[in-house]
Structures are given as C-alpha cells and as structure tokens.
Design a protein around this ligand. Sequence first.
Ligand code: FAD
Length: 410
Amino acid sequence: MTAIRYDVVIVGGGHAGAQAAISLRQERFAGTIAIVGAEPELPYERPPLSKEYLAGEKTFERMLIRPATFWAERGVEMILGRQVTRVDAGTRVIGLRDGEEIGYGDLIWATGGEPRRLTCAGHQLTGVHSVRTRSDVDRLMGELPRASTVVVIGGGYIGLEAAAALTKLGKSVTLVETLDRVLARVAGEPLSRFYEAEHRAHGVSLMLGVTVECIEGDQQVSGVRLAGGELLAADVVIVGIGIVPAIEPVVTAGAESGNGIVVDEGCRTTLPNIYAVGDCAAHVNRFADGARIRLESVQNANDQAVTAARNIAGGEARYDAVPWFWSNQYDLRLQTVGLSVGHDKAVVRGDPATRSFSVVYLRGGRVVAIDAVNAVRDFVQGKALVAGGAVISPDLLADAARPLKELVTG
Ligand code: FAD
C-alpha cells in the first residue's frame, strides 16, 4: 500500500522541476504537488556555478530560484536529498532509493544529467572535479587555497568559464581540448578563435588537438599525462566533457529513449501520464532542422516546464520556443539565439578586435543563429530573424552599421 500520493510529482529540483511547479500554480492548478530531488538544496540557478559562484563573487543564497517561503506558500512539498530509482507507470508509483514509495497522478521527469566522467586511469583520484552541482563546486573551492596549478579538460562553455574564473583567482590554468578549436560543437570558427585569443591573453595555456592519456597521482592528483607523453602538472583537475542524461528509471519503466527520453511537442513521454522536460528530454526541434535533440540551457528547461505544466493543467501547449543561451567569461557576455549546428555560412558583424561583435549563421540562405559578444542589441534584434528564418544577404548582415531590426523584412 502506497503511503503518500500527490496529484503531480516532479522528479528533479533543478531549473525545469522548479519552473514546472511554479507554472502549475500560475495555471491555477489546485492539486497537490511534490518535488523529489536528489540534491539537498532548494532549487537553485546552476549557471553561476562555473561563473560568479566559483569566482567567489556570488553567495549561494542569491542563487536560489525562489526563497523557501515561496514553496511553502504555494503548497509545493519539497522532498529533498532523495533519489528516485524506480518508476512503475502501470500503478503510477515511484520508488526511492531508501525504499519509500510515492504515488502520482502525473509525473514530470526533470532530472537533467550526470557529468560525463573520464574513463582513463586516475579519473577517480582526489582533486579531479566535475562542475554540475553546488556540492561539486564547494568541494573544488575547498581545495583551491592549496592549489596553484589547474588543468581543465574540455573546451566547451563550462570548461572555458571555469578557466576564466580560476584565472581571475590567480591560478595558473591549462585547458586541454581534443578537437582543433574550443566550442567546436556549438559555435562557428570565428567565435572559437576569438575566445581562444581571449583566454591566451588572460594567461590561460590553451592546448588544442590533444588527448588525455591518464591522470597521474597517488590518491591525490599530481598531473595530467597527454597521449604524446607530455605531463602537465596539476594540483586540481576540472573535467568538463558534457553530461549523460539521468533517465535510467524511466527507461527501465519502458519509455522510448535514445539520447534522452523521447517526448512529443507537448513534452509527453511514450508512457501514460509521464512528461519529461529540460536537459533530459529528447524533442524534435524545428530550429535544429527538425532533428530530435536535447538542449542543455535554462531557456529550454523553463519553456519545456511551462509546456508540460499547461498540459497537465488542462491546456493544449506545444513546445516551439526559439533557443537562447548565454555565457560569461572575463568581461565578455556572449548571448546566443538559435542553433548554429549545420550552418553553411558564418558572417561576422563588427570587428572582434573591439570585443563587441556578432556572428550570424546561415543555412541554405536563412538566418539560423546569432552569437552576440558584448552586443546585446544584435541579440535582441536578431531573435526575430532567427524565429522567422529570414533570408538576408551576407553583405547586408555584415554591415554592422545597419541594425538587424531594419533587415527583418529583407
Ligand atoms: P538540472 O538543473 O540539472 O536539475 C536536475 C535535478 O534532478 C538535479 O538536482 C539532480 O540532482 C536531480 N536528479 C537527477 N536524477 C534524479 C533522481 N533519480 N531522483 C531525484 N532527483 C534526481 N545554461 C544556460 O542557459 N546558460 C548558462 O550560462 C549555463 N551555464 C551553466 C553552467 C554550469 C556549471 C552548468 C552545470 C550548467 C549550465 N547551464 C547553462 C545549463 C543549465 O544549467 C541546464 O540546462 C539546466 O540546469 C537544466 O535544467 P534541468 O532542470 O533539466 O536539470
């Protein structure tokens, strides 16, 4: 016999889980709601973990998505520090690691992902860190006073942001990336080359096209050995090589999956009364040319959560939001709209040497994405171009003197 039941159970108290509960109440959903989250903290903003929080410029309290009183006032039960290990879609019950069972009317799976770990020798040594949760970063920060040399593995956003924050803290940072440029999976070459130059100018030693052979040390990490034999000394290693979606219990329950849990445009999984939202949800996205993808962004987590909540509250919502994202490194604010994957042309607007410029991406002549560096106007005005798949000549786009909003009908 199941002891407790809620009308909606949300598994995962991150961005998507929190927004789902907020949206349910905004939609005047009057049923009972619980968030079951593996982390012990109330839902908090994850982006500062590799930025202001790591740099010591923001306290954890300022990262809470809502204060404790908010959840209490809206009758959202917080069941924290508890891991869901089993889902029974037939009886509508979830099982927790400690054996407790909770019944649900509708289930929202919002579990994000686990950091991808290295598999080479030494990956488990003390001093090797991921940057996904508050406890990851607290552990890392606890070691920093005794660390002077840091090796960052992975030249994606999180690795680059961590490199920038640690450089600010006076650490000697080396960043290694297997591909021949940073941000290779998410941005075009002009943007990669710009960020490489910035990091080098700030003193980061950047090594591209190199492979990690193993992590060396005796309990405590002492270095990173590269495939060519070179040893990089390291007091601390940060691994930023992506995430693996945390979907095992729902997949075992029978949900269709691939790279994430398969959802339809209403964020419904293939199992009855189970929705999936955020980093773990594999959805068809028209901004990715109709491919089924997972997006790892606050925008996607929030907008999918809104979609699922509206549908549970009796509405008819479809997820069709324009993707956007940001990254802060040093004094550079990158804002991205759209998805540049698969672009066939990249047009630079403005002079990167001024540290304020944009890259506009085209696919088949249509604007599909814009990366705006310290260029908020291009980001704001470019959104309409991406949303409408505007066809604009590269020459016009390259003319930074012409505001993008003047080109919308072009
Ligand atoms: P999460 O926020 O990861 O939340 C999932 C929660 O579910 C976690 O608390 C997890 O512990 C819990 N959970 C997992 N499995 C279970 C289980 N079985 N039972 C119970 N609970 C479980 N995005 C941007 O747009 N801009 C940025 O600048 C940016 N910077 C980032 C910096 C860092 C360091 C990181 C890690 C991410 C960043 N992101 C950024 C990405 C963004 O934070 C994620 O896309 C977003 O957090 C996804 O929300 P989510 O709710 O899907 O997953």
